[in-house]
Design a protein around this ligand. Structure first.
Ligand SMILES: C[S@@+](CC[C@H](N)C(=O)[O-])C[C@H]1O[C@@H](n2cnc3c(N)ncnc32)[C@H](O)[C@@H]1O
Length: 159
């Protein structure tokens, strides 16, 4: 959609496989291999989009800080991000179990002994991180729930 709207794009991911998939699908879009924790951009982009990625690490707060550095404030500094939501009671239960197993989890972290990991921060925490990164929320909306297991909260913010 963004490309069809005439915008130039640059895709970043820390997985070479994910980048190869993206390149096969959108050969005209350049990609670079970086982790969210280590993006090298400084004020280069009119907007930053982080889609379905924040839940894979306790990187949300950092990613928003890096996003604010990557975005150009003189052209609005837009940030669009998705926050995955899980069923609150089940997230708390799994989080408690992980603490019992002495995993050093923070609130909202879902860790299982087989290595499955997701982070479901509360939207209040995400809103606080957005503010700390000096973004102002412009619009947000919760998407549909998939079989009562997960949903995505969409946040549009600007510097
Ligand atoms: C569910 S996929 C979503 C991919 C793409 N954003 C999309 O919407 O189709 C999650 C992606 O996040 C990437 N990812 C997870 N943690 C990351 C991190 N710390 N830094 C960079 N990429 C990360 C994974 O490699 C994976 O490709």
């Amino acid at each position: 959609m963004v490309s069809a709207g005439g915008r130039r794009l640059l895709g970043a991911d820390h997985s070479g496989v994910a980048l190869a998939t993206a390149q096969a699908k959108y050969p005209h879009v350049p990609t670079e291999k970086h982790s969210l924790q280590d993006l090298p951009y400084q004020g280069e982009f009119d907007g930053v989009m982080c889609v379905d990625a924040m839940e894979f690490g306790f990187t949300g707060r950092l990613a928003l800080g890096v996003g604010s550095l990557s975005a150009r404030s003189d052209s609005g500094g837009w940030l669009y991000l998705t926050v995955e939501l899980g069923p609150e009671d089940r997230v708390s239960e799994v989080n408690r179990e992980a603490r019992k197993l002495r995993f050093p989890v923070v609130d909202g972290e879902w860790v299982e002994p087989d290595g499955f990991y997701h982070h479901y921060p509360s939207m209040d925490a995400v809103r606080a991180w957005v503010g700390e990164a000096e973004f102002v929320i412009y619009e947000e909306a919760e998407g549909p729930w998939h079989e009562e297991e997960y949903s995505y909260h969409h946040v549009l913010a600007h510097l």
